[in-house]
Ligand binder design. Structure first.
Ligand SMILES: *Cc1c(COP(=O)(O)O)cnc(C)c1O
Length: 445
């Protein structure tokens, strides 16, 4: 048997680097790196053998097996010693059956992959378990790394803090002051990170963190670091496995820095290479109108990325004007017959709240993806015979301010179609019954 092996390779050239080197871009031309796997070694097991192994791990109680990410470890970081893995039981998030909404909009099947049902409440846990495990392994083997740092719109810092705290590694997070939710801000504070709120936006924080990590003793944890992509890509085999190794027709994902859509495509690439699936889904990338540089580039035929000043959006985690993973995302959209679309604040807010009425608890970013679904279905770009998966990127509980303001109808410029006001009444049967009779009749319509 060939041993499993992975290494960094630049997306443009053939320069390669070992995974324990502190490196984020090609030394030749500065292009992004990605993790390459020895596909011959992976192909020595038949698709049926892999499927059997993955099914067995689903029933195991070993920590690495119980993680959705590490249950696919040969595809992720095949050489890491199992005792170096830092896991918080990430992955295996619910695939929510949204058939009630599918019926309303005339669609064959609809699921929502709840990646926010996770330790820190967003999909960022999937990538961070891989990055922190690798750093943990490097430190154990004598690499001089003092801390791990990231710039964040809120969720990356929460994930970094939790995983580094578990591993006992110091961490530093840079947040744009006043642009994250309270729930996002308090997580790294509680987990003991050094927290800096800077008077800038995410793109400004990204610049600072790149300068801080130019000294290799502080390791960069942003998704420019391609280790994160390896964890996030397990969303794709996980969805297929949950669907009995069937492939949905379309997967819709919201994007800001564009690491996650790149990961989604890479996950399907790997599944195809390993023979686990035999067809490609179409990938739809959804942005907020207020922060849509990728949509604009798509409309111009992907001539090039023109960074924009990202305006305020309820989908604060994707308020990004200069996405780092643009080249990978362009490739993902081209390889997966993709569509890029943007949605307004009104559309994303109402889509999230409409979905909540069938039992979801959607964050604004999930609202962006759901809004894209509604729009594309209305346009006929998504056909009624399709099976669709929407990627939900965070838990609604991280965005309570949005939810409260929506239902109080206090969101400027948004007509809250699904607002559900509280009825205040004296504790007396008469007035209570009046309200109940009226409201129950309303809901029966
Ligand atoms: C990070 C994040 C995104 C965007 O992912 P990118 O990889 O930056 O495109 C979307 N939604 C939520 C909730 C996030 O935290």
């Amino acid at each position: 048997m060939k041993p499993f092996h992975a290494y960094f390779q630049s997306i443009n050239g053939n320069d390669t680097y070992p995974l324990d080197e502190v490196i984020y871009r090609s030394k030749v031309d500065g292009s992004l790196l990605e993790v390459h796997h020895d596909r011959d070694a992976l192909a020595e097991r038949s698709p049926d053998e892999w499927k059997k192994l993955f099914a067995e791990r689903r029933m195991s109680f070993k920590p690495a097996d119980m993680s959705g990410v590490w249950s696919k470890r040969e595809m992720v970081l095949p050489e890491i010693p199992e005792e170096d893995i830092v896991t918080l039981r990430e992955g295996w998030s619910p695939l929510f059956d949204a058939q009630a909404l599918a019926k309303e909009i005339g669609l064959k099947k609809l699921w929502v992959k709840l990646c926010g049902n996770s330790h820190t409440g967003s999909f960022k846990d999937l990538g961070m378990t891989v990055l922190v495990s690798q750093v943990n392994s490097m430190i154990k083997r004598g690499k001089p790394i003092d801390a791990v740092a990231c710039a964040s719109t809120g969720d990356t810092s929460a994930a970094l803090s939790a995983f580094t705290a578990k591993a006992g590694i110091p961490s530093i997070v840079f947040l744009p002051r006043g642009k994250t939710s309270v729930a996002q801000l308090i997580q790294p504070i509680s987990n003991g990170s050094i927290v800096l709120a800077l008077d800038t936006d995410f793109d400004g924080c990204m610049k600072i963190v790149q300068q801080v990590t130019a000294d290799n003793r502080i390791y960069l944890a942003n998704s420019m670091n391609s280790l994160r992509v390896e964890g996030q890509k397990t969303i794709s085999p996980e969805i297929c496995q949950e669907l009995g190794w069937n492939v949905p027709d379309t997967v819709i994902i919201p994007g800001g820095n564009l690491g996650n859509v790149s990961a989604l495509a890479k996950g399907f690439d790997d599944c195809l290479a390993m023979g686990l699936i035999d067809k490609k889904p179409r990938i739809v990338l959804a942005q907020a109108e207020n922060a849509n540089p990728f949509f604009q580039a798509y409309q111009r035929g992907f001539d090039k990325l023109v960074p924009v000043h990202a305006k305020k959006t309820l989908a604060s985690a994707i308020q990004i004007g200069n996405p780092v993973s643009y080249p990978k995302a362009e490739r993902a959209i081209k390889n997966y017959n993709g569509i890029v679309i943007d949605v307004s604040e009104d559309e994303l807010a109402n889509a999230a709240e409409r979905a909540d009425k069938i039992g979801l608890y959607a964050c604004p970013h999930t609202g962006v993806a759901l809004g894209a679904l509604l729009k594309l279905r209305a346009q006929g770009a998504i056909d009624k015979d399709e099976e669709v998966v929407v990627i939900s990127t965070a838990h609604g509980l991280k965005f309570t301010e949005f939810k409260v303001a929506y239902h109080k109808q206090e969101l400027e410029g948004i007509s809250a179609k699904y607002a559900n006001p509280i009825f205040e009444a004296p504790a007396e049967l008469g007035p209570v019954m009046d309200i109940l009779q009226k409201e129950m009749a309303n809901r029966r319509r």
